[in-house]
Structure formats: structure tokens, C-alpha cells
Design a protein around this ligand. Structure first.
Ligand SMILES: Nc1ncnc2c1ncn2[C@@H]1O[C@H](COP(=O)(O)OP(=O)(O)OP(=O)(O)O)[C@@H](O)[C@H]1O
Length: 307
């Protein structure tokens, strides 16, 4: 397990920014942390990377507790925070040597590590340029370079494409894909289409809580359909429910609770379910449309997609 968080919660002064965040990342690839502004992405990432001490819960990087053994854990983490920690009066070379030293890298290995990372991030031709004279896209590349200089297993990037122009975004996304060939990447975004483009798995956070965590395919399926949650004392077979017009998928939440995903009008489906319940003696207790937080968030994210 590369990353595991257990009931991670954080309170700034009096209010909780995140509650009970449980994340497990077992293997490589790009995992997206998706959520609107203020959802709790930065707080979660800062805690995972040991930049912020959580109020409650634990973070393990490769089984190492970040709070208890920060030095050991941080060797396996590279972090690009929302604002890249750049020293703009240094040249790229000076800055990366400084970062390598911060990472307690062996002096004899520093030059090779700096050269390698410059090559990977496409910044070698600007080695002696001052960081303040670089464009936003190139600054972000330098930020990514410092995050991978010590070859961590997990690279965490907080909104890495935010504020870049469309061409720079494309370039930085390409770089993230390349980096994911060798490192596991956890990156955050408030743009659904970007997560869709880059990630195999998505963790969606809203109001400080995880509201969805699965593959991107599952997310797309879920987001496209509506659902009702039905409580019945004498549930019918799934096939009976699937035969109802508009019903796409049936999910037994417990032996007496069933979630029904449908297309089309909610009223039509609900009416058909009520009629069928009476005819089939399902003993219907409740039927509730699930205009849940996910639907709302999805609408919000869809409307900001591509921004
Ligand atoms: N230093 C702080 N002091 C008090 N409240 C904070 C602080 N940092 C964040 N918050 C609050 O915690 C909540 C989560 O913020 P966080 O920055 O983690 O969200 P985010 O998803 O990264 O959003 P954004 O994309 O806007 O940065 C928000 O309500 C925010 O206002």
C-alpha cells in the first residue's frame, strides 16, 4: 500500500475542514482528488505530505506513519503544493541543488540527480536562467522537478495546472503522464474534465468528506444516471425491478434497501414502482429520490469544466 489514510480529520480553529478521510492507494498510476473550491483538497494533501499536522487520524506512506516517522516517510513523498515553493532569485540549477541538499542527498550524487530531473521535466536548456524570468508553465515544471528529484514513490500535486494557459496545461499534463510511468501520482483539481483526461481512479471530496471513490468509468456511469432509494419489507428479485421501464441498474444496499438507477422521468419510475409494489406485495415503506450531494457536486463541476 503506497498511501493509506485512516479517519483523517482536521479542524482550523473551530470548524472542521475535513472529516474522516479514508484513502487507500495500492498501486501505480494517476489518482485524481476532485472537489470544488474549499472542498478540503489542499488540507488533505498538506497532511499527507507532512506539511500540516492533522487534528485526528493517521497517514501511512508505504506503511510508515508520517506523524511518527516524518523523515523516513518524506523520503518516499514528493510534493508540489498549490503555490510551488520556488526561490525566484535563484537559477534553476541553484534551486535544484538546494532542493537536493534539503532532501539530504549525497553530494556526489547531486549533479546527476539535478541533470536527470531537468531532462525529464524539459528544463535543461534554461539551467542558468533565474526562476523569476520563467513563464508560468516552466515555473510549474521546476516545481515538479523539485518534487521528483529524490525519486519518491508517491508524488502529490495540488492543482498543478491551475493558472496556466491552455498550451501550458497540455504540456504539464503530458509531463504528469510521463512522471506516472515511474511514480504514483496523486493530483488535485476542481475541473472534472481534467481528472477525466488524466486519471484511472477518482476520489471526490466535498464539504470535507469523501463523497465518491472508484474508477473514472464508475464515476461516469454514476454521474449520468439518477437514482431512488427504496425500503421494502418483502423485496422483489432484481430482475423484476430491472424489467421496469427506465430502470438501468439495481443495487441492493441491504436486504431491505435497494437503490434503483434510472434514466428519464423520476415521477414515471416512482409511479411504476409504487404500482408494482402494490401488485407484488413488496410492502413498500419508503421511496426517496437521491438528489444527493454527488449530483449537486457533479452539476457544479460540470459547469466549471474546462474553465
Ligand atoms: N489556514 C486556514 N485557516 C482557516 N481555515 C482554513 C485554512 N485553510 C483552509 N481553510 C478552510 O478549510 C476548508 C478547506 O480548504 P482547502 O484549502 O483544504 O480546500 P481546497 O479544496 O483545497 O480548496 P481550494 O481549491 O480553494 O484551495 C475551507 O473551508 C477553507 O476555507
Amino acid at each position: 500500500m503506497i498511501l493509506k489514510t485512516e479517519n483523517l480529520s482536521h479542524k482550523y480553529s473551530t470548524s472542521w475542514a475535513i472529516r474522516d478521510i479514508n484513502i487507500e492507494i495500492a498501486d501505480s498510476g494517476i489518482i485524481g482528488l476532485l472537489g470544488s473550491n474549499g472542498a478540503g483538497k489542499s488540507t488533505t494533501m498538506n497532511i499527507i505530505c507532512g506539511s500540516l499536522n492533522q487534528t485526528e487520524g493517521s497517514v501511512y506512506i508505504n506503511e510508515i506513519d508520517v506523524r511518527k516517522h516524518p523523515l523516513e516517510a518524506k523520503k518516499q513523498i514528493g510534493f508540489l503544493p498549490q503555490t510551488a515553493p520556488l526561490y525566484t532569485d535563484l537559477t534553476i540549477d541553484e534551486y535544484l541543488v538546494y532542493c537536493a541538499a534539503l532532501r539530504l542527498m549525497d553530494k556526489t550524487k547531486m549533479k546527476a540527480a539535478v541533470d536527470e530531473v531537468k531532462e525529464r521535466c524539459g528544463i535543461a536548456h534554461f539551467s542558468s536562467r533565474l526562476i523569476k524570468n520563467l513563464s508560468g508553465g516552466y515555473r510549474q515544471r521546476v516545481g515538479i522537478a523539485q518534487a521528483i528529484i529524490h525519486k519518491p514513490r508517491l508524488v502529490v500535486m495540488d492543482e498543478p495546472t491551475n493558472g496556466l494557459d491552455p498550451n501550458q496545461m497540455i504540456e504539464v499534463r503530458k509531463l504528469i503522464r510521463e512522471i506516472a510511468e515511474e511514480h504514483t501520482v496523486l493530483f488535485s483539481s476542481h475541473v472534472l474534465s481534467e481528472v477525466n483526461l488524466l486519471c484511472r481512479e477518482v476520489i471526490m471530496i466535498e464539504g470535507g468528506r469523501i463523497v465518491f471513490s472508484d474508477t473514472m468509468d464508475a464515476f461516469n456511469n454514476y454521474a449520468q444516471t439518477s437514482s431512488v432509494l427504496m425500503k421494502v419489507d418483502n423485496p422483489p428479485a432484481a430482475s423484476t425491478l430491472e424489467a421496469i421501464k427506465g430502470v438501468i441498474r439495481v443495487e441492493f444496499v441491504s436486504d431491505k434497501q435497494v437503490r434503483i438507477h434510472f434514466e428519464g422521468s423520476e415521477e414515471d419510475v416512482t409511479n411504476q414502482l409504487i404500482t408494482a409494489s402494490v401488485a407484488g406485495d413488496w410492502r413498500l415503506r419508503e421511496i426517496n429520490p437521491e438528489k444527493g450531494v454527488l449530483d449537486e457536486v457533479f452539476k457544479h463541476l460540470s459547469s466549471t469544466a474546462g474553465r
